[in-house]
Design a protein around this ligand. Structure first.
Ligand code: BDR
Ligand code: CA
Length: 311
């Protein structure tokens, strides 16, 4: 049986890789994409989500617009990484497939109530606003989730948008706090793992060598966004954050982590959005997440490239 997922996303080129990986994978049934404000404002993230579905030849996928701002903060965006549209790099045509009329949060609630309990996995790739708002409005649904596999946070790598915080958690720390306290089974893909999957030249040329439209566009996206990270980190490529979430669903054996307690800093301005992970087990706070720390990077890129070749 195919695993049912909802991808909650703020595309972003790395979100695009994650969505394409999911749509290329017969093990997964994508029930819908819910867009959230994050890398760029909502009007662009919902548009970008539809562009990506059309690139994958899947205009039948349902795309919903969710929250246009964090629960209680002013929206912070990341055009400095992803460009003005969020998907800068190759020229993309405007999408023609429709946006669903229903609000993304209502879609999440309705889907979790309709499908049998513990059969729907949520895959958040941006700020956690939509998921938290669903749990806040409908407290019964958190207990019906099969798993939440999210990209966000950091422990050893600490931060990328501030010295203390990773972007997705920083943008809406109150939402992340609600999700981490929800009791749903959570798997976290922090910067500690995503900084190990770098778009080296050989890997990007591997996308281009597919000789397909998807391969070309993916290579050009990587060419665009890696400039910023290579300059920042002095690394031989950029971290490809969000597809780690989908890769984990397909091949969990590529990843290693620890069950531990993860709390979100919501009070301090200095460390806002920090993910305080008890990796070393120095408190008696109960484990609430599987916090991933390492990945077989070559295995990850082999999986990604092989799946992109199917589109
Ligand atoms: C995360 O922030 C966004 O810029 C990326 O899409 C990813 O989800 C990495 O910190
Ligand atoms: Ca993202």
């Amino acid at each position: 049986m195919r695993r049912k997922i909802i991808i909650d996303t703020d595309p972003g080129q790395d979100d695009a890789f994650a969505i394409l990986l999911a749509l290329a994978s017969p093990e997964l049934e994508v029930l819908g994409l819910t867009a959230v404000a994050g890398n760029v404002p909502l009007a662009l993230t919902e548009r970008n989500a539809r562009i990506i579905c059309e690139l994958a030849g899947r205009p039948d996928i349902r795309v919903f617009a969710g929250c246009d701002k964090p629960l209680s903060r002013v929206l912070v965006t990341a055009e400095h990484v992803h460009g003005k549209t969020g998907l800068d790099g190759p020229a993309m045509v405007e999408p023609t497939m429709p946006l669903e009329a229903q609000h993304g949060v209502d879609f999440i609630i309705e889907t979790l109530r309709r499908e049998p309990a513990h059969t729907v996995t949520l895959c958040p790739l941006g700020p956690l606003t939509n998921i938290a708002e669903a749990f806040r409005r409908a407290p019964d649904v958190a207990g019906r989730v099969q798993q939440i596999v999210l990209m966000g946070g950091a422990y050893f790598e600490v931060g990328n948008i501030t010295p203390a915080a990773e972007f997705n958690i920083y943008v809406d720390p109150e939402a992340a706090d609600i999700v981490m306290k929800s009791g749903a089974p959570v798997v976290v893909m922090p910067l500690d793992v995503t900084h190990k999957v770098l778009t080296t030249r050989a890997r990007v040329e591997g996308f281009r060598a597919l000789g397909t439209e998807v391969g070309r566009v993916c290579a050009e996206w990587a060419d665009f966004f890696e400039r910023f990270d290579m300059e920042k980190y002095g690394s031989e490529g950029a971290p490809l954050h969000d597809p780690t979430v989908i890769a984990y669903l397909l091949q969990p054996g590529l990843f290693k982590g620890r069950h531990c307690n993860v709390e979100i800093e919501v009070q301090s301005d200095l460390t806002r959005g920090m993910t305080v992970a008890d990796w070393w087990g120095v408190t008696d706070r109960p484990a609430n997440a599987l916090f991933i720390g390492s990945v077989d990077a070559d295995g990850f890129f082999a999986l990604l490239t092989e799946r992109l070749a199917r589109l």
